[in-house]
Design a protein around this ligand. Structure first.
Ligand code: MD3
Ligand code: FE
Length: 217
């Protein structure tokens, strides 16, 4: 049984809102992400500092992320400045915080990581701590359902909770959950509704506040 629009607090500050995005909003986001995937910085598999290559493909807007820093230009891809973080996306982030927490408290995300998973891609357990702000992270899922693993703030191992994230789901991670370990052990191919605009695979958009400012001229 689905619980569209219900709010499930998985842990303090970690709120799952299944089916939050309408199919129309999902299509709009997929179209925007397709354009960002084409450029100015093309989507690619991030290369890790020790030479590993992520199975997930990523493109960033606002600020470019690579482990373990954010920069305005994608120096590990083509050196070009990333696309602006659009005002409409700030508004999506604020609506997400209202849905999860009941208010947005001036939330102003300035970057988003857009991750694309094919049927075999995974994301290992990690913490997101390259941001210099402890503001919440907003996650939007579109396409195939995945198993999302939400852990604890101390170890990358148990205890953790496995949750299914389906197309249209919102997840907000703030407060005591902001620095929890998390990952995506499995995508479930063929589970997407093609009406959302993705024929296959999974798209995840995470909005964040970097806490960074541009250097003065
Ligand atoms: C919990 N992405 O981009 S979204 C990531 O589905 C990332 O692509 C996953 O982890 C994905 O870093 C998971 C859910 C998520 C995102 C950020 C978090 C959970 C989080 C930050 C802190 C705690
Ligand atoms: Fe993460």
């Amino acid at each position: 049984m689905s619980m569209l629009g219900s709010r499930v607090e998985i842990a303090p500050g970690a709120v799952h809102v299944p089916g939050w995005l309408s199919v129309e909003e999902q299509r709009r986001l997929v179209a925007a992400c397709r354009a960002w995937a084409a450029g100015p910085v093309p989507i690619r598999h991030t290369v890790l500092p020790r030479g590993g290559v992520m199975s997930v493909q990523t493109v960033c807007i606002g600020w470019h992320w690579q482990p373990y820093q954010y920069t305005r230009t994608a120096d590990d891809v083509n050196g070009v400045r990333v696309a602006e973080f659009p005002g409409w996306m700030v508004q999506v982030g604020r609506r997400a915080l209202v849905a999860a927490y009941g208010g947005h408290d001036g939330y102003t995300p300035d970057t988003a990581l857009i991750n694309f998973y094919d049927g075999a891609a995974k994301l290992g357990m990690h913490q997101d701590k390259d941001e210099k702000s402890d503001a919440p992270v907003v996650s939007l899922s579109i396409g195939d359902t995945c198993t999302f693993r939400f852990g604890n703030t101390h170890t990358r191992t148990k205890p953790y909770t496995d949750i299914q994230l389906a197309s249209g789901d919102l997840f907000v991670f703030g407060g005591a959950s902001r620095y929890a370990y998390h990952g995506v052990p499995k995508v479930h191919p063929g589970t997407a509704d093609p009406a959302a605009g993705l024929a296959g695979g999974r798209l995840n958009i995470t909005m964040r506040v970097t806490g960074l400012a541009d250097a003065p001229l």
